[in-house]
Ligand binder design. Structure first.
Ligand code: NAD
Ligand code: ZN
Length: 362
């Protein structure tokens, strides 16, 4: 339904933009971009997994709209978010004669979005940028909020910028080809939004498990719109992560980051680690914030119903605790967690006892 697809406004003063959510709307990309900026030269950055499908579709729409289109393809995978790949893109763009009037489009998952956004933010001191996220995680999380960047060896997302797009176009139809694990990993972040901010949405998810597992377009549109709205609310209140408001999005993430680092990067997908991390966070919430056991059980049951594992892998708990103390979000080694006191409401809790943290991992 091109045209009347629902949209989410992200209100950030002069950097405001909207997120259009639909099914089959990728075909209308040229119009979507033309409504937001003058397009004479478009650079589509994508990875090799979606190059011949969605990037090609995007490029075709843009050239039909009259733009000169260059397609730049990077390898798929987290290691692509590197200075080397960014430099390669800068140089190719220079060779292609890309100037300040060009627009950069990211067509891909969070890796492509973060990398292309970083290149857009830095090339010629900043180019117009449009996101076309193609993973569920990118559609509900990474394409919203303007954080772009690359990794340094051993330091994820260490170099980057806040660079808001002119718009985000979400087409649920692209999710039909997403590998099962990637799809479910995205669902973990969806469940997270319910737990941290919206009990009613959490109940909606519980009531639509079969549709979610079947990737039903209508339910996906509703879910993506709600998640983007919730993230936009958080970002609007704390665009540059200065007031701590954005921290609620890290529910389950202190555990997840420790799991990802200790299990060896690549063993667990981020969303898979988040699912397990949320279970730890819920148990810790039960101890520290009196989260009712029934809510702990509801969260776990929903994650399981969506095909996510909630079991802690056999990793040395001491190593996990040490990794948490090294987390960049931990201030001066004091353990600080986003914890829930009921489904739909979380707060920051300082100085959590490491013994409670260890117990929560059992
Ligand atoms: N900027 C932010 O606020 C923010 C937030 C969360 C995560 N992130 C970043 O996002 C990245 C993870 O993103 P991701 O989970 O999307 O991973 P990803 O970009 O690596 O995509 C996962 C895999 O799916 C493939 N793929 C993408 N769309 C597809 C489709 N429609 N059909 C088939 N295959 C498809 C990709 O090629 C890739 O192999 C991390 O680097 C993380 O740091 C950023
Ligand atoms: Zn996450």
């Amino acid at each position: 339904v091109i045209g009347d697809a629902p949209a989410v406004q992200v209100r950030l003063g002069s950097r405001s933009y909207d997120i259009q959510v639909g099914t089959g709307n990728l075909a209308g990309l040229a119009n979507f971009v033309a409504e937001r900026c003058r397009v004479s030269h478009a650079v589509v950055i994508t990875d090799e997994c979606v190059e011949t499908t969605y990037a090609a579709q995007a490029a075709e729409s843009l050239s039909q709209g009259g733009a000169i289109v260059d397609l730049l393809v990077v390898p798929a995978g987290e290691s692509t978010k590197s200075l080397e790949v960014a430099e390669d893109l800068w140089i190719k763009m220079l060779e292609l004669g890309i100037d300040r009037k060009a627009v950069v489009l990211a067509v891909g998952g969070g890796v492509v979005g973060d990398l292309a956004g970083f290149v857009a933010a830095t090339y010629a001191r900043g180019l117009a940028f449009v996101q076309v996220p193609t993973t569920l995680l990118a559609q509900v999380d990474s394409s919203v909020g303007g954080k772009v960047g690359i990794n340094l060896p051993g330091a994820k997302n260490m170099v980057g910028a806040f660079w808001q797009p002119l718009g985000v176009l979400v087409d649920t139809a692209v999710l039909t080809t997403l590998p099962d694990r990637e799809y479910r990993a995205g669902l973990a972040e969806v469940v997270k939004y319910g737990v941290i901010l919206d009990a009613e949405f959490f109940a909606y998810l519980e009531q639509h498990v079969p549709e979610l597992n079947a990737r039903e377009a209508g339910v996906l549109e509703h879910v993506i719109v709600r998640c983007c709205r919730l993230k936009a609310d958080v970002v609007e209140a704390d665009e540059r992560e200065e007031t701590g408001g954005r921290a609620v999005l890290n529910y389950g993430h202190t555990f997840a980051h420790a799991l990802e680092a200790t299990a060896g990067y690549g063993t667990l997908l981020h969303g898979e680690a988040v699912a397990i991390g949320m279970c730890c966070a819920a148990r810790l919430s039960q101890r520290v914030q009196k989260l009712p056991p029934r809510d702990v059980a509801r969260q776990q049951a929903l994650l399981l119903a969506l095909g996510l594992s909630t079991r802690m892998p056999a990793i040395d708990r001491q190593a996990l605790l040490a990794a948490m103390q090294r987390d960049k979000k931990v201030e001066h080694g004091r353990l600080r967690f986003v914890l829930a006191d009921r489904i739909g409401r979380v707060g920051l809790v300082d100085d959590v006892d490491p013994v409670d943290v260890q117990t929560a991992m059992e």
